[in-house]
Design a protein around this ligand. Structure first.
Ligand code: NAD
Length: 367
């Protein structure tokens, strides 16, 4: 059973097919065959993902006559760097890539961001296909056309918009994903539900972590999360308005990550940010307390709040005010009116956020 959605971005004059189905990685060659891309096809993957999946993906591409060439980057956020982009583009040149060559990004969000940037820059732009292998990349990074690398001064400061022609999501990749990475992705799935789909929140609250072991259910949940992101991106390709809602939990989440010097995984930062946003929504945007409670229980059931590293409240607040979303008298935050309905509050009082931090960062009371 393959689910398909077509993401049309009128402003960019681009059309992106998103296919979601178990085992789809074996169909990659066949799916690309009709599109007329010349061989060789170039696949960028990180070393870990290449070790696990290069053979299967190469086989599928070779069988369709694509003579794939694999280029790898070291796994991890540090590969989102200018030296990697330069190295990859020079390797592409050396191996004869030209203006019509297809680039495939096989991996998590790091690979997708780097390969996407390379695809948008090399000879003014190559066609791109995203094959996300982490949950986070499936429901978030591979959808929406943003590419980026980091600078010493901050994350994602150098980037472009470059939409893939095709996003191929095979949830079977997740069988080898470490639990910690799974959790990073779940935070974005929960976020999608909170801002746009109350039924998804209720479904997740009803089944909890059992879903991890149920690939068919997981596939359906991924499809729902993808649809939410795709729908928002289609209406706001360049982040003029609606797309800001995707920052739910992220303003405070980034500040928490920064204050932990990035020891706190992204997903936990976002999860804690969503806890605070749910509480704040009760008083600022009228979210019914029972819905807030249900959302917070759901977040907690994933274990995001267990064994938190020690975080200094003042450092979190300092990071919050360095965040570019900070305004003079408050901080812009995405809050909920209802489960599934989000709004941007431009000036959430920082003092209120500070008070909530004590509640969220306080070590759980010992009996
Ligand atoms: N472009 C966007 O719109 C967007 C959106 C959200 C996040 N991002 C970016 O995405 C990045 C985070 O993505 P991520 O969490 O996927 O990180 P990642 O790409 O580093 O992947 C996490 C780890 O999981 C491994 N991995 C990936 N798939 C695997 C699999 N199937 N089996 C085993 N191991 C696997 C990777 O090797 C890596 O070690 C960040 O840099 C973030 O800025 C971009």
């Amino acid at each position: 059973l393959t689910r398909e959605l077509v993401l049309i971005i009128p402003a960019e004059d681009s059309r992106c097919r998103v296919l979601i189905g178990r085992g789809l990685r074996r169909e990659l060659g066949r799916l690309l065959a009709g599109e007329g891309f010349p061989p060789p096809v170039f696949v960028i993957a990180d070393g870990r993902v290449a070790g696990l999946y290069e053979e299967a993906v190469a086989q599928s591409l070779s069988a369709a006559g694509f003579a794939p060439t694999f280029l790898t980057i070291p796994p991890g956020e540090r590969s989102k760097s200018w030296p990697q982009v330069r190295r990859l583009t020079r390797e592409l040149l050396e191996r004869g890539a030209h203006r019509k060559s297809l680039l495939v990004a096989l991996g998590g969000g790091v690979t997708g961001d780097v390969a996407g940037l390379v695809a948008s820059l090399y000879m003014r732009g190559l066609p791109l296909v995203q094959v996300p292998t982490s949950l986070l990349a499936m429901v978030d990074a591979a959808i929406g056309g943003k590419t980026a690398i980091n600078l010493p001064e901050g994350k994602n400061l150098l980037g472009t918009f470059h939409h893939p022609r095709l996003v191929l999501i095979d949830p079977e990749f997740l069988r080898t994903l470490p639990p910690r990475e799974f959790l990073n992705g779940w935070a974005e799935v929960l976020k999608a539900g909170f801002i746009r789909n109350a039924a998804l929140v209720r479904e997740l609250a009803g089944s909890g972590r059992e879903i991890w072991g149920d690939e068919e259910k997981l596939t359906s949940i991924i499809a729902q999360a993808v649809r939410i992101k795709a729908d928002i991106v289609a209406r706001d390709a360049r982040e003029a308005g609606l797309r800001r809602l995707l920052n739910f939990g992220h303003t405070l989440g980034h500040a928490l990550e920064a204050a932990s010097r990035f020891r706190l995984p992204h997903g936990r930062g976002v999860a804690l940010g969503m806890l605070a946003a749910l509480r704040l929504s009760e008083s600022l945007t009228g979210l019914p307390p029972e819905d807030s409670q249900m959302g917070r229980n759901l977040i907690q059931s994933f274990g995001y709040t267990r064994n938190l590293p020690r975080l200094n409240r003042e450092e979190v607040l300092a990071a919050l005010s360095r965040d570019k979303k900070r305004h003079d008298t408050g901080v812009a935050m995405v809050l909920l009116k209802h489960l599934g309905e989000a709004v941007v509050v431009e000036e959430a009082p920082v003092a209120r956020v500070a008070a909530l931090l004590d509640e969220i960062l306080a070590p759980p009371a010992r009996p």
